[in-house]
Design a protein around this ligand. Structure first.
Ligand code: F3S
Length: 292
Protein backbone atom coordinates (compact mmCIF):
# COMPACT_ATOMS: atom_id res chain seq x y z
CA UNK A 1 0.00 0.00 0.00
CA UNK A 2 1.25 3.45 -0.88
CA UNK A 3 0.34 6.29 1.44
CA UNK A 4 -0.13 9.78 0.04
CA UNK A 5 -0.58 13.05 1.82
CA UNK A 6 -2.84 15.74 0.37
CA UNK A 7 -0.82 18.67 -0.91
CA UNK A 8 -2.73 21.13 1.29
CA UNK A 9 -3.80 19.85 4.69
CA UNK A 10 -3.85 20.64 8.38
CA UNK A 11 -3.35 23.93 10.21
CA UNK A 12 -4.28 27.01 8.25
CA UNK A 13 -2.72 30.41 8.77
CA UNK A 14 -5.44 31.63 11.17
CA UNK A 15 -5.32 28.57 13.42
CA UNK A 16 -1.51 28.52 13.52
CA UNK A 17 -1.56 32.18 14.48
CA UNK A 18 -4.18 31.64 17.22
CA UNK A 19 -2.31 28.72 18.76
CA UNK A 20 0.97 30.66 18.72
CA UNK A 21 -0.72 33.64 20.35
CA UNK A 22 -2.15 31.38 23.07
CA UNK A 23 1.21 29.78 23.76
CA UNK A 24 2.93 33.19 23.95
CA UNK A 25 0.24 34.50 26.30
CA UNK A 26 0.93 31.77 28.84
CA UNK A 27 4.53 32.87 29.19
CA UNK A 28 3.34 35.97 31.04
CA UNK A 29 2.61 34.23 34.39
CA UNK A 30 -0.98 35.39 34.78
CA UNK A 31 -4.12 33.25 34.37
CA UNK A 32 -4.90 32.58 30.71
CA UNK A 33 -8.23 31.33 29.39
CA UNK A 34 -9.66 30.91 25.94
CA UNK A 35 -13.28 31.83 25.38
CA UNK A 36 -14.50 28.52 23.97
CA UNK A 37 -12.06 25.87 22.76
CA UNK A 38 -9.30 27.65 20.81
CA UNK A 39 -9.80 25.35 17.85
CA UNK A 40 -12.11 22.45 17.09
CA UNK A 41 -9.54 19.84 17.93
CA UNK A 42 -9.72 17.95 21.24
CA UNK A 43 -6.02 16.93 21.15
CA UNK A 44 -4.89 20.53 20.85
CA UNK A 45 -7.30 21.71 23.55
CA UNK A 46 -5.94 19.15 26.04
CA UNK A 47 -2.37 19.94 25.00
CA UNK A 48 -2.95 23.63 25.82
CA UNK A 49 -4.57 22.63 29.10
CA UNK A 50 -1.32 20.94 30.14
CA UNK A 51 0.38 24.29 29.49
CA UNK A 52 -2.01 26.10 31.82
CA UNK A 53 -4.47 27.46 29.26
CA UNK A 54 -8.03 26.68 30.29
CA UNK A 55 -11.12 26.95 28.10
CA UNK A 56 -14.27 28.57 29.49
CA UNK A 57 -17.66 29.11 27.91
CA UNK A 58 -18.30 32.62 29.13
CA UNK A 59 -16.48 35.61 30.52
CA UNK A 60 -18.12 35.27 33.95
CA UNK A 61 -15.90 32.25 34.54
CA UNK A 62 -12.73 34.34 34.20
CA UNK A 63 -11.97 36.31 37.38
CA UNK A 64 -8.82 38.03 36.08
CA UNK A 65 -5.90 37.75 33.68
CA UNK A 66 -5.92 37.19 29.96
CA UNK A 67 -8.74 36.10 27.72
CA UNK A 68 -7.91 34.75 24.31
CA UNK A 69 -10.46 35.36 21.59
CA UNK A 70 -10.21 32.36 19.29
CA UNK A 71 -9.91 32.44 15.51
CA UNK A 72 -13.73 32.27 15.04
CA UNK A 73 -14.05 35.70 16.61
CA UNK A 74 -16.76 37.21 18.84
CA UNK A 75 -19.27 40.03 18.69
CA UNK A 76 -18.66 43.61 19.91
CA UNK A 77 -20.47 42.97 23.18
CA UNK A 78 -17.80 40.50 24.33
CA UNK A 79 -15.06 43.11 23.87
CA UNK A 80 -17.13 45.55 25.95
CA UNK A 81 -17.69 42.99 28.71
CA UNK A 82 -14.01 42.02 28.78
CA UNK A 83 -13.05 45.66 29.08
CA UNK A 84 -15.55 46.19 31.89
CA UNK A 85 -13.99 43.27 33.74
CA UNK A 86 -10.52 44.69 33.06
CA UNK A 87 -9.40 41.52 31.35
CA UNK A 88 -6.42 41.63 29.08
CA UNK A 89 -7.77 40.68 25.64
CA UNK A 90 -5.54 38.66 23.31
CA UNK A 91 -7.42 38.87 20.04
CA UNK A 92 -6.63 35.81 17.95
CA UNK A 93 -9.59 36.32 15.60
CA UNK A 94 -8.41 35.21 12.17
CA UNK A 95 -7.90 38.29 9.97
CA UNK A 96 -10.17 36.70 7.32
CA UNK A 97 -12.96 36.38 9.90
CA UNK A 98 -12.35 40.00 10.96
CA UNK A 99 -12.84 41.00 7.35
CA UNK A 100 -16.21 39.18 7.24
CA UNK A 101 -17.26 40.79 10.55
CA UNK A 102 -16.24 44.21 9.27
CA UNK A 103 -18.10 43.64 6.00
CA UNK A 104 -21.31 42.72 7.86
CA UNK A 105 -20.95 45.78 10.06
CA UNK A 106 -20.40 48.15 7.13
CA UNK A 107 -23.14 46.65 4.95
CA UNK A 108 -25.63 47.10 7.75
CA UNK A 109 -24.42 50.67 8.34
CA UNK A 110 -24.94 51.39 4.64
CA UNK A 111 -28.55 50.20 4.78
CA UNK A 112 -28.20 46.70 3.37
CA UNK A 113 -30.05 43.70 4.76
CA UNK A 114 -27.12 41.43 5.62
CA UNK A 115 -27.28 37.77 4.58
CA UNK A 116 -24.62 35.42 5.88
CA UNK A 117 -24.20 32.28 3.84
CA UNK A 118 -23.12 29.78 6.44
CA UNK A 119 -24.10 27.43 9.23
CA UNK A 120 -26.49 28.88 11.80
CA UNK A 121 -24.79 27.52 14.88
CA UNK A 122 -21.17 27.93 13.81
CA UNK A 123 -19.36 30.24 16.26
CA UNK A 124 -17.87 32.29 13.43
CA UNK A 125 -21.31 32.86 11.94
CA UNK A 126 -22.66 33.83 15.38
CA UNK A 127 -19.84 36.39 15.63
CA UNK A 128 -20.61 37.85 12.20
CA UNK A 129 -24.32 38.04 13.10
CA UNK A 130 -23.35 39.99 16.24
CA UNK A 131 -21.41 42.51 14.11
CA UNK A 132 -24.57 43.08 12.05
CA UNK A 133 -26.31 44.17 15.24
CA UNK A 134 -27.95 40.72 15.36
CA UNK A 135 -29.94 41.66 12.24
CA UNK A 136 -28.36 39.38 9.63
CA UNK A 137 -30.26 36.50 8.09
CA UNK A 138 -28.30 33.26 8.00
CA UNK A 139 -28.81 31.10 4.94
CA UNK A 140 -27.28 27.66 4.70
CA UNK A 141 -29.16 26.04 1.82
CA UNK A 142 -30.74 26.88 -1.52
CA UNK A 143 -34.14 26.18 0.03
CA UNK A 144 -33.46 28.72 2.81
CA UNK A 145 -32.36 31.29 0.19
CA UNK A 146 -35.57 30.70 -1.77
CA UNK A 147 -37.69 31.31 1.32
CA UNK A 148 -36.25 34.81 1.91
CA UNK A 149 -38.56 37.74 1.18
CA UNK A 150 -37.67 40.36 -1.43
CA UNK A 151 -35.37 43.15 -0.17
CA UNK A 152 -34.39 46.34 -1.97
CA UNK A 153 -30.75 45.94 -0.94
CA UNK A 154 -29.03 42.72 0.07
CA UNK A 155 -25.43 42.51 1.30
CA UNK A 156 -23.95 39.02 1.28
CA UNK A 157 -21.09 37.76 3.41
CA UNK A 158 -19.86 34.16 3.50
CA UNK A 159 -18.73 32.05 6.39
CA UNK A 160 -15.00 31.78 5.65
CA UNK A 161 -15.10 27.99 5.53
CA UNK A 162 -18.20 27.64 3.36
CA UNK A 163 -17.91 25.47 0.21
CA UNK A 164 -17.29 27.79 -2.75
CA UNK A 165 -19.62 26.00 -5.19
CA UNK A 166 -22.49 25.93 -2.66
CA UNK A 167 -21.94 29.65 -2.09
CA UNK A 168 -22.23 30.36 -5.82
CA UNK A 169 -25.43 28.27 -6.04
CA UNK A 170 -26.99 30.22 -3.15
CA UNK A 171 -25.88 33.52 -4.71
CA UNK A 172 -27.76 32.70 -7.90
CA UNK A 173 -30.96 32.56 -5.83
CA UNK A 174 -30.14 35.68 -3.82
CA UNK A 175 -29.76 37.62 -7.10
CA UNK A 176 -33.49 37.09 -7.65
CA UNK A 177 -34.36 38.34 -4.17
CA UNK A 178 -33.35 41.99 -4.39
CA UNK A 179 -32.79 44.99 -6.61
CA UNK A 180 -29.29 45.72 -5.40
CA UNK A 181 -26.97 42.88 -4.41
CA UNK A 182 -23.58 43.53 -2.87
CA UNK A 183 -21.36 40.47 -2.51
CA UNK A 184 -18.41 40.21 -0.15
CA UNK A 185 -16.44 37.13 -1.10
CA UNK A 186 -15.11 36.25 2.31
CA UNK A 187 -14.47 32.54 1.75
CA UNK A 188 -10.91 31.87 2.76
CA UNK A 189 -8.62 30.18 0.23
CA UNK A 190 -7.24 27.79 2.88
CA UNK A 191 -10.57 25.97 2.81
CA UNK A 192 -10.71 25.84 -0.98
CA UNK A 193 -7.14 24.64 -1.25
CA UNK A 194 -7.75 21.84 1.27
CA UNK A 195 -10.98 20.80 -0.41
CA UNK A 196 -9.44 20.82 -3.89
CA UNK A 197 -6.36 18.88 -2.75
CA UNK A 198 -8.57 16.35 -0.93
CA UNK A 199 -10.73 15.95 -4.03
CA UNK A 200 -7.70 15.49 -6.33
CA UNK A 201 -6.30 12.81 -4.04
CA UNK A 202 -9.66 11.10 -3.43
CA UNK A 203 -10.02 10.54 -7.16
CA UNK A 204 -6.74 8.62 -7.24
CA UNK A 205 -6.73 6.44 -4.14
CA UNK A 206 -8.80 3.54 -2.78
CA UNK A 207 -9.39 5.05 0.64
CA UNK A 208 -9.15 8.53 2.16
CA UNK A 209 -8.37 9.01 5.82
CA UNK A 210 -9.59 12.42 6.93
CA UNK A 211 -8.04 13.53 10.21
CA UNK A 212 -9.59 16.11 12.51
CA UNK A 213 -12.08 16.89 15.25
CA UNK A 214 -15.52 15.35 14.79
CA UNK A 215 -16.81 18.79 15.86
CA UNK A 216 -14.77 20.55 13.17
CA UNK A 217 -17.01 21.79 10.37
CA UNK A 218 -14.21 22.09 7.85
CA UNK A 219 -12.88 18.58 8.57
CA UNK A 220 -16.36 17.10 8.23
CA UNK A 221 -16.72 18.90 4.93
CA UNK A 222 -13.41 17.48 3.69
CA UNK A 223 -14.77 14.01 4.47
CA UNK A 224 -17.97 14.74 2.49
CA UNK A 225 -15.95 16.04 -0.47
CA UNK A 226 -13.98 12.76 -0.56
CA UNK A 227 -17.09 10.66 -0.14
CA UNK A 228 -18.96 12.53 -2.85
CA UNK A 229 -16.01 11.84 -5.17
CA UNK A 230 -16.88 8.15 -4.71
CA UNK A 231 -13.90 7.32 -2.53
CA UNK A 232 -14.19 5.13 0.58
CA UNK A 233 -13.63 7.65 3.37
CA UNK A 234 -13.00 7.44 7.10
CA UNK A 235 -13.07 10.50 9.39
CA UNK A 236 -10.93 9.96 12.47
CA UNK A 237 -9.64 12.19 15.25
CA UNK A 238 -6.51 10.23 16.04
CA UNK A 239 -4.34 7.29 15.02
CA UNK A 240 -5.97 5.08 17.67
CA UNK A 241 -9.15 4.89 15.58
CA UNK A 242 -7.46 3.34 12.52
CA UNK A 243 -8.55 -0.24 11.81
CA UNK A 244 -6.38 -2.69 9.83
CA UNK A 245 -9.42 -4.11 8.01
CA UNK A 246 -9.96 -0.76 6.28
CA UNK A 247 -6.77 -1.36 4.31
CA UNK A 248 -7.39 -4.90 3.08
CA UNK A 249 -6.77 -4.95 -0.70
CA UNK A 250 -5.97 -1.24 -0.67
CA UNK A 251 -3.19 -0.28 -3.08
CA UNK A 252 -3.24 3.47 -2.48
CA UNK A 253 -4.39 5.34 0.61
CA UNK A 254 -4.65 9.11 1.02
CA UNK A 255 -4.49 11.28 4.10
CA UNK A 256 -5.85 14.76 4.52
CA UNK A 257 -6.65 16.86 7.57
CA UNK A 258 -8.83 19.80 8.48
CA UNK A 259 -7.52 23.30 9.10
CA UNK A 260 -7.63 22.73 12.86
CA UNK A 261 -5.63 19.49 12.90
CA UNK A 262 -2.10 19.79 14.30
CA UNK A 263 0.72 18.34 12.20
CA UNK A 264 1.76 15.97 14.98
CA UNK A 265 -1.68 14.27 14.88
CA UNK A 266 -1.30 13.80 11.10
CA UNK A 267 2.18 12.38 11.61
CA UNK A 268 0.88 9.85 14.16
CA UNK A 269 -1.78 8.72 11.68
CA UNK A 270 0.82 8.38 8.94
CA UNK A 271 3.13 6.40 11.22
CA UNK A 272 0.34 4.07 12.36
CA UNK A 273 -0.70 3.42 8.75
CA UNK A 274 2.91 2.61 7.91
CA UNK A 275 3.05 0.24 10.86
CA UNK A 276 -0.09 -1.54 9.63
CA UNK A 277 1.58 -1.84 6.27
CA UNK A 278 4.99 -3.21 7.30
CA UNK A 279 6.88 -4.89 4.51
CA UNK A 280 5.09 -2.98 1.80
CA UNK A 281 5.76 0.63 2.51
CA UNK A 282 6.32 3.23 -0.16
CA UNK A 283 6.97 6.31 1.85
CA UNK A 284 6.63 9.58 0.04
CA UNK A 285 7.72 12.99 1.06
CA UNK A 286 5.20 15.21 2.80
CA UNK A 287 3.30 17.23 0.24
CA UNK A 288 3.66 14.69 -2.52
CA UNK A 289 0.70 13.64 -4.60
CA UNK A 290 0.20 10.87 -7.11
CA UNK A 291 1.25 11.95 -10.55
CA UNK A 292 -0.96 11.56 -13.60
FE1 F3S B 1 -8.74 31.86 9.00
FE2 F3S B 1 -9.20 30.57 6.83
FE3 F3S B 1 -8.15 29.38 8.81
S1 F3S B 1 -10.55 32.00 7.81
S2 F3S B 1 -8.92 30.40 10.61
S3 F3S B 1 -7.21 31.03 7.65
S4 F3S B 1 -9.63 28.51 7.45
Amino acid sequence: MKIYLAEHRGFCYGVKRAVNMAVSAVASNCPVHTLGPIIHNPQMVSHLQTQGIGAVDNLEDIPAGKVIIRSHGVGPEIYRQAEAKQLDVVDATCPHVKKAQQAAYELRQSGYQVVIVGEHQHPEVRSIVAWSNEEAQVVETIAAAKSLPFYPRLGVVAQTTFAANDFEAILSILKTKCEDLKIERTICTATDLRQQAALDLAKKVDIMIVVGGKNSANTTRLASVCQEAGCKTRHIESAGELKPEWFVNVQNAGITAGASTPEWVIEEVYAKMEEMNIGNVAKLEAGSVIKG
